[in-house]
Each structure stands twice: as C-alpha cells, then as structure tokens.
Design a protein around this ligand. Structure first.
Ligand code: ARG
Length: 298
C-alpha cells in the first residue's frame, strides 16, 4: 500500500489512530577522523573549504557523544573513511526502522551527489553487522534519496515526514511509503539553505514540532500545523546561522541543540522541554549540526 499526502485535504487519519512504534534506544556516530569541507554541495559550505579546525571538531563531536550517553542512549562510534569527509553526517546514508514483527531494517540511500555516494556501502556493511536487513531503492527509477536527512519518523508512530525538492525526490518518498507500507506526509522544500528536511523540521514528540516555516511550501506548512498540537517556529537567524531546527529530541523531553539559540530555547522551555546546548560550529561549516551527526537505531 502506498499512502502519500501532499495536501491538507488529503489527510484522512489522526495521529493517535496510527500504529505505535517503539522509540529507538541506540545511536551510531561516525568519528570525524576524515571530516573536512572539501567541496561545496550546499550554500553553507561556500567559502568554507579547508576552514575546519579538526581538533575543535573532534572536541565538539566528543561532547555530543557524551551528551547522548548521559541521556542513557547506547552509543556506538565507528571511524570515518578517508576521502569521505561528510560521512560524519551519518543520518543521511540510510533510513532505519523496526517492522511490526520486530525485525530491524533500513532503506539505503541513493546520495544526490557523487562526492557522498561512497558513504552508503560503509554504513550498509555496519548495519548488516548489527543485524539489520537492508533494502534498496531502484536507481533506474529513483534519482536520489538521502535517508534520515529527508525522512523523519513521527515520535513512536508508524508515520513518516518526508522532505523533497533538493536531495530526495517525491518519487523516492512514494517508493519509501510503498516499501515500508507506511504513510508519508510529503513536504516540499523551497529554500536551498534548508536542503534537507532535518534542517527545517524537528519532531520533538507526539504533539510538538519545531520548524522553520519559510523553508516549506504553503501546503507543507499547513499539514504540519494540522497534525501537531503545538508548532514552535524558529527565527530566520537561528534557523539559518545556528541550525536551530537541526536539533534532536530523542526521548520526547530532552532537546540537544546548537549553542546560542536563545529564542528557540525559550520557546522550547516554555513548552516543557529541557534544553541541552552543544557547540557544533565546525560542523555548521558543512551545513550540518546535532541531528544529522547521529543515526537513531533499535
Ligand atoms: N555537507 C553535507 C551535505 O551537504 C552536510 C549534511 C548534513 N546533513 C543534514 N542532514 N543536514 O550533504
């Protein structure tokens, strides 16, 4: 069954009626061993080639890893690969999930740019070694799909939020819906500074989301407002310069976010969340932050 929603009028379900899905408790992180900005494939990387301070990057990455452990997550770290400087953004090469029978599976990405294509095989090999069955999209049919960069699970429900326009196509989102037999609310992205869904939407928990509204088409924005009780909006400055929306709320209560997002942090606290700030400045240079530096697993 394929169920893809692109307009509010099409929405024919309520979140609480969707099947439940256990929340992930494990995390993968890829060490920034070979992390750098070596090419420009998003606007944030412009003028950043060679500008990464690798010692600082490793510090930031270590603090973030500790942060997940402190929240009780089981974190595994694997080394990066030479020649694949963006592999550290390990949310992008796959979309993991657990099916109704408790089988762990992952849809592997088809990266949009050739510079990142080689990352997928490394992550696939690791996923298989951890008992994941991996699923492939047909490259003759789908031009690109960037995993959890553009596919976000609703908190503890079998519903996906799917971004399309820059790194993943609508066709890819349709295919994912079919493959997983899961509804996908497809959101068109319209601003290339917010090239992945995880740069402009963060599912905080069942009822709350954090977004940057101007990154979406009107239809997309409307569907988000329709399905969440509370939508927190980030300001243009915090969303673009601090990647405020590339935050993550792995347990539905604690939000890990780039340092200095004063406005968003106040709104998060007013909505009952605990905020934990991390410096990811070295990773912002490549167009990534807290969310995409890890992969959530079961
Ligand atoms: N330089 C990487 C790219 O452009 C950064 C990826 C960050 N990931 C993310 N989901 N925002 O592909």
């Amino acid at each position: 069954m394929k169920k893809i929603y692109t307009k509010t009028e099409q929405l024919d379900f309520a979140i609480e009626d969707l099947p439940a899905m256990p929340a992930p408790s494990k995390i993968l992180m890829v060490k920034p061993t070979h992390y750098d900005v070596e090419y420009v494939i998003n606007p944030h990387m412009t003028n950043q080639i060679g500008e990464v301070d690798s010692i600082q990057a490793l510090n930031e990455w270590n603090y973030l890893l500790d942060g997940y452990r402190e929240l009780g997550f089981d974190v595994e770290a694997i080394p990066g690969e030479k020649g694949l400087p963006d592999m550290v953004f390990c949310a992008n090469q796959s979309l993991p999930f657990i099916d109704e029978n408790g089988t762990k599976k992952a849809v592997m990405s088809i990266m949009h740019t050739e510079q990142r294509a080689g990352e997928v095989a490394h992550i696939e090999k690791w996923l298989k070694s951890r008992g994941y069955e991996t699923l492939r999209l047909n490259p003759d049919e789908i031009d690109s799909f960037e995993g959890m960069g553009d596919s976000l699970w609703h908190f503890k429900r079998r519903l996906l939020w799917g971004g399309y326009g820059f790194r993943s196509s609508l066709k890819a989102q349709e295919r994912v819906s079919e493959l997983l037999d899961t509804p996908v609310v497809a959101l068109e992205l319209i601003d290339d500074r917010f090239y992945h869904l995880d740069t402009c939407m963060c599912v905080l928990n069942e009822k709350n989301a954090l977004i940057y509204p101007d990154a979406f088409s009107d239809d997309g924005c409307e569907m988000i407002y329709k399905l969440f009780d509370n939508v927190i909006e980030a300001t243009a400055y915090e969303a673009e310069k601090l990647f405020a929306v590339n935050a993550t709320c792995p347990d539905g209560k604690n939000v890990l976010i780039q340092q200095g997002c004063t406005d968003v942090n106040k709104k998060l606290r007013d909505s009952g969340f605990s905020v934990h700030e991390y410096s990811t400045y070295e990773f912002l240079k490549s167009g990534g932050s807290v969310f995409c530096m890890k992969l959530m697993l079961w």
